[in-house]
Ligand binder design. Sequence first.
Ligand code: G3H
Ligand code: ZN
Length: 280
Amino acid sequence: MFADTAALARECAQQGRGLAAFNVVLLDHAEAFIDAAERCGLPLVLQLSQNAVKYHGGRLAPLGKALLELARASSARVAVHLDHAEDPGLCRAAIDLGFSSIMYDGSALPDADNRASTKRIAEAAHAAGISVEAELGEVGGKNGVHDPSARTDPDEAAAFVADTGVDMLAVAVGSSHAMATRDAVLDDARIAAIHRAVAVPLVLHGSSGVPDDGMRSAIRAGMTKINVSTHLNAVFTSDVRRMLDEDPRAVDPRKYMGPGNRAVSAEAERLMRLYTTVHD
Ligand code: G3H
Ligand code: ZN
């Protein structure tokens, strides 16, 4: 069933669990993630990024509507989220389509501009009953350059949330986007300090580079929404590559996409279970 991202995140934060937020490039991925959520009976956020929309020719509606339809039809609680949108027009389009939430990413802007535009977009989204995530302290790796050194200041984070009214906050705590290795070291002390200072659920970007143990302790320290893209794409692609290597004459996409989808669904399920059993 269709769910609100911030409500799911608040519930998970109260329970000290992580909330899986997986990025979708193809409809197949959304189906694989939803299958995983239904198998383990856990909530899920399907994320469509501005870059994914660009890949689909700048068209948000076709895939966006399909995700909304899949969410409504699912027995699991599924939210649909616009991820890393720097374009206010795209935020507006997602609000009009009825997404659960949007992430307005003004983290590369000067602080005052990030605050002002985030506040404006949060007002528009809230008027439509849609929740908002913003980012403070730019998480590295978006431009291909890994930089895990950025840190969000807890007091600045608290003031940013109060000024803008956002429902979830993405913070810089040692991760970096699009890592192909799982050896990032998160700053758990900083996560705990931001968690103490800020009332809204915290969001981890660039989660692909974080090993399982690091993820467990980050969630224990107060991290809630866990955004994963690269790692799941790697699982999918390596299985598709294996199938094509095994049968170089294969032409029917179902022959190689099917096993790739099953592999990514199994890994999505494993991650979802990991995020909810951090205290065991
Ligand atoms: O917003 C999406 C995430 O931050 C994904 O990052 O590709 O490093 O897992 P990742
Ligand atoms: Zn991100």
